[in-house]
Design a protein around this ligand. Structure first.
Ligand SMILES: Nc1ncnc2c1ncn2[C@@H]1O[C@H](COP(=O)(O)OP(=O)(O)OP(=O)(O)O)[C@@H](O)[C@H]1O
Ligand SMILES: [Mg+2]
Length: 298
C-alpha cells in the first residue's frame, strides 16, 4: 500500500488578483498556485515586484483597497479563506496564522515596552493571566537567545538593534503556537551576519514546534539553506514548484536558472554573476501578455 500523501496546511489555486482603478485594471497575481504541507517550509522566491507580498496579503485578507480577488481559492487547513466573513478571518490571525515582516521596526509599536507587546499578544490569543503571560514572555525571549530577558522586557524597540527587534518579533510570532507562520523577507533589512543567525533561529524554532512556514525571499541561497520546497514567482505567475533538491539539481525553468546564476555564491566568491538576459525578459513578458489575453475580463 502506498503512503498517504501529506496533508497541505495551505493550498492556493488559480489565484487572480488585479489592481482596479476607474479607468484601468492591472493584474498582479495571474493564476498563482502554491501548496505547503504541514510541518514544512515552503520558499516563495522571485524578483522585486513579482507578487510575493501580494500572495501574503491575499492569505491574510489585507490586500490594498484597490485590489480585487477575481478568482481562485486559498484554503487553510482545508477551510476556504476567500469569501470568509471578516470577523472569522481575523480570528485566525495571530492565533493560527502569524506574520514576520521585513522590517521589525514596523511590526513593533515604538510607544510600548517590549515586555508589554509580547504579553498583550499572549493575553489576547492564549487568554493567559498577567503573571502567566510574563513568565511565558521571559521563556520566549530565552528561546530566541536574548540575553537578560527581564531587562529587555522593560526596554522600548528603539533601544534594541534591528537583529534583536527581529528576535522579539519572532518570539511573538511563535509564542501563540500558530500552525502557519508567514515570513516576508524577514532578513532583508538586516546585515549579513545577523541574517544567518535569524535564519538559523527560524529553522530551529520551526523544527522544535513543527509549525509550517511560508518563507518569502528573493534569495535562492536562503531557500537552499532553509526550505523543504520552493515555488518561483514572476509577474504573479508561479513558473515552477518542487522540492528544493530538485530545483537545485535537475532541469528547471530558464527563469529559475537565471535567478541561480544571478545570485552571489558565498561558497564560490570567484564565480561570475550573470544578470538575467534581455531575451529571457522578453520571453517572460510575451508569456505574461499571452496570459493576460487569455484571461481578459469580459
Ligand atoms: N498598494 C498597492 N497598490 C497598487 N499596486 C501595488 C500595491 N502594492 C504592490 N503593488 C503592485 O503589485 C505588484 C506586486 O507587488 P509585490 O509587493 O507583491 O511584489 P514583491 O514580489 O513582494 O516585491 P519585493 O521583492 O519588492 O517586496 C507590483 O507590480 C507592485 O507595483
Ligand atoms: Mg514584497
Amino acid at each position: 500500500m502506498s503512503e498517504a500523501a501529506p496533508a497541505p496546511i495551505l493550498e492556493i489555486e488559480d489565484l487572480r488578483v488585479a489592481i482596479q482603478s476607474k479607468s484601468s485594471r492591472t493584474p498582479v497575481l495571474r493564476g498563482a498556485h502554491l501548496r505547503l504541507d504541514a510541518g514544512k517550509i515552503l520558499g516563495l522566491v522571485g524578483e522585486s515586484g513579482g507578487g510575493k507580498t501580494m500572495v501574503c496579503k491575499a492569505i491574510l485578507g489585507v490586500l490594498p483597497e484597490s485590489a480585487r480577488v477575481e478568482s481562485g481559492s486559498i484554503r487553510f487547513e482545508g477551510r476556504e479563506l476567500i469569501g470568509m466573513r471578516a470577523r472569522e478571518r481575523r480570528g485566525l490571525l495571530g492565533r493560527s496564522i502569524a506574520m514576520i515582516l521585513q522590517n521589525p521596526m514596523t511590526a513593533l509599536n515604538p510607544a510600548f515596552r517590549i515586555g508589554d507587546q509580547i504579553t498583550d499578544v499572549l493575553r489576547l490569543h492564549m487568554r493567559l493571566s498577567k503573571a502567566a503571560a510574563e513568565r511565558r514572555a521571559l521563556e520566549m525571549l530565552n528561546t530566541v537567545h536574548i540575553r537578560e530577558p527581564a531587562r529587555v522586557m522593560r526596554l522600548y524597540p528603539h533601544e534594541l538593534s534591528g537583529g534583536m527587534c527581529q528576535r522579539v518579533v519572532i518570539s511573538i510570532a511563535f509564542s501563540c503556537e500558530p500552525r502557519l507562520i508567514i515570513a516576508d523577507e524577514p532578513t532583508t533589512a538586516l546585515d549579513v551576519t545577523v541574517q544567518h543567525q535569524i535564519l538559523r533561529l527560524i529553522r530551529d524554532l520551526q523544527r522544535q514546534t513543527g509549525t509550517s512556514v511560508l518563507f518569502i525571499t528573493h534569495d535562492l541561497g536562503v531557500v537552499a539553506k532553509l526550505c523543504d520546497s520552493v515555488s518561483v514567482i514572476h509577474a504573479g505567475r508561479i513558473l515552477e514548484s518542487g522540492p528544493v533538491e530538485q530545483i537545485f539539481s535537475s532541469q528547471h525553468h530558464p527563469y529559475t536558472e537565471a535567478l541561480l546564476n544571478a545570485a552571489p555564491r558565498y561558497d564560490r566568491p570567484e564565480s561570475v554573476l550573470h544578470p538575467i538576459s534581455t531575451e529571457l525578459r522578453e520571453q517572460l513578458a510575451r508569456e505574461t501578455e499571452a496570459y493576460d489575453r487569455g484571461h481578459a475580463l469580459a
